[in-house]
Design a protein around this ligand. Structure first.
Ligand code: BES
Ligand code: MN
Ligand code: ZN
Length: 459
């Protein structure tokens, strides 16, 4: 159980949080005259995210009022109550009535209380929450632990989160849940995963391929692949400073598949799970791979490097080819692959790709239900020829700058055996400015939606 949660036996001691909305306020809430006066004085009108802390006669917190959207509002943010975790004084709280979605409100409360404390302890005590009636506390704890793992990995700066540290994180997870972990490095990596090696060869911190397996071999095969670029300088096609600034988060795909794996093994889903993470640093140096270099790939296709900054798709190509070799029933890859995905949909709505319409519909359903939003973009066949190269089987970028996220997905598709059993998510992995339940910094995107889908299939 996480330290943010408390079981129902503490409910009587907990401070009640009352959800109110502008339309029903103050007629529906059973409030005395003093409360009404205090609210009016504080300009409390139950606007969404507005809160009011009511003192008791001793000066302690008696009750908290929190504004949510009207029941008939066009858009209701199920995570809005997550705001409370950042504004309430330390203490134990409970929901006095139901917000729009009690399970997601409680989850947002817990996720909103996250802080990255590795280098500086938190100055604030925790606002803790009694698990509301009807909410599964162990499911909640599992989700919070997984999201926290991903956020911590992403927020850790690159000097403390290189390929070796990412490997250590994967091994720690494997050890905790009895999974096997195999790592390929050095000459063996150059032979077996030439593109992973090429991208990582300039760094003093050795590139590697991490391969984790867990579960009964007789179960359906699920393979997760995550982009583990521990810092993306752009390579010789160096990024300008503003674009480079956040690139510690370029292992967000790896962090997210580890979080998803944690949920899967913790819940003991009936799958044979495999997690493949190419872990590299895209560095600058005398040994760096260069624009227009040509490399073989694990699949056998030769790849011409049009841009060294399109490195994520290169390392994923070899990882996907490897994943396809044991013919998984479902192959899912996640990575912080393109700036173009953000231009199209913004930081909070990652695009996903698959050739399978039924799988897409299933994922859209769970993304909505979990408030872990995703949006489908097409693997548009007419654009595929834009990857043609004059001298190799394909290039890693198209000649023009159009449809960047789609071009990346089409590149990856060339390395997948069966696009009907493949799902690719182009995540951002970061919340640029804090919103309810989503503190600023590293974010675990798509994992909750994917877990819900997997739990329905294999739970
Ligand atoms: N890691 C970046 C993509 C990225 C940038 C994600 C900013 C999130 C925020 C990736 O390796 C990259 O550099 N992609 C290039 C591709 C281009 C060279 C075709 C990009 O998006 O500019
Ligand atoms: Mn890049
Ligand atoms: Zn990158």
């Amino acid at each position: 159980m996480t330290d943010l949660l408390s079981d129902a036996s503490h409910a009587t001691a907990a401070i009640p949080i009352r959800f109110v909305s502008a339309a029903t306020w103050p007629t529906e809430a059973a409030l005395d005259a003093a409360t009404r006066r205090f609210a009016a004085m504080n300009d409390f009108a139950a606007r969404p995210s507005q809160h009011l802390i009511m003192p008791d006669a001793e000066g302690a917190v008696a009750e908290v009022l929190f504004g949510i959207e009207d029941a008939d509002a066009a858009w209701r943010d199920p995570f809005r109550p997550g705001q409370l975790a950042t504004v309430l004084p330390p203490g134990l709280y409970r929901f006095a009535n139901a917000p729009h979605d009690t399970r997601l409100a409680a989850l947002a409360f817990l996720l909103g209380g996250y802080k990255f404390t590795r280098y500086r302890p938190s100055e604030r005590g925790l606002a803790r929450l009694v698990i509301p009636d009807g909410v599964d506390g162990s499911e909640m704890a599992r989700t919070v632990a997984a999201v926290t793992l991903a956020r911590n990995l992403i927020n850790t700066p690159a000097n403390d989160m290189g390929p070796a540290e990412l490997e250590a994180a994967a091994r720690a997870l494997a050890d905790a849940y009895g999974a096997a972990c195999r790592v390929t490095t050095g000459e063996e990596l150059r032979d077996a995963f030439p593109l992973v090696h090429a991208v990582g060869q300039a760094s003093a911190r050795a590139p590697r391929l991490i391969d984790l397996t867990w579960g009964d071999a007789a179960h359906p095969k699920l393979t997760l692949v995550g982009k583990g670029v521990c810092f993306d300088s752009g390579g010789l096609d160096l990024k300008p400073e503003t674009a480079m600034l956040l690139m510690k988060k370029d292992m967000g795909g790896a962090a997210t598949v580890l979080a998803l794996a944690r949920m899967i093994v913790d819940r003991k889903l009936a799958v044979r799970l495999r997690v493949i993470i190419p872990a590299v640093e895209n560095a600058v140096g005398g040994r760096a791979f260069r624009p227009l270099d040509v490399y073989p790939s694990r699949k056998g296709l030769t790849v011409e490097v049009g841009n060294t900054d399109a490195e994520g798709r290169l390392v994923l190509a070899d990882a996907l080819a490897c994943a396809a070799e044991d013919d998984p029933d479902l192959l899912i890859d996640l990575g912080t692959l393109t700036g173009a995905a953000r231009v199209a949909l913004g930081p909070d709505l990652p695009p996903f790709y698959t050739a399978n319409d039924a799988l897409a519909a299933e994922l859209i359903h769970h993304a909505r239900a979990e408030h872990d939003p995703l949006w489908r973009l097409p693997l548009w066949p007419p654009y595929d020829s834009l990857l043609d190269s004059r001298i190799a089987n394909l290039g890693n970028v198209a000649s023009g700058a159009f449809a960047g996220s789609i071009m990346c997905a089409l590149f990856l598709q060339r390395f997948v055996a069966d696009p009907q059993r493949w799902l690719h998510v182009d995540i951002y992995g970061w919340t640029p400015s804090a919103r309810p339940g989503r503190p600023e910094g590293g974010e675990c995107q798509a994992a909750r939606a994917l877990f819900a889908l997997l739990e329905q299939r294999y739970g």
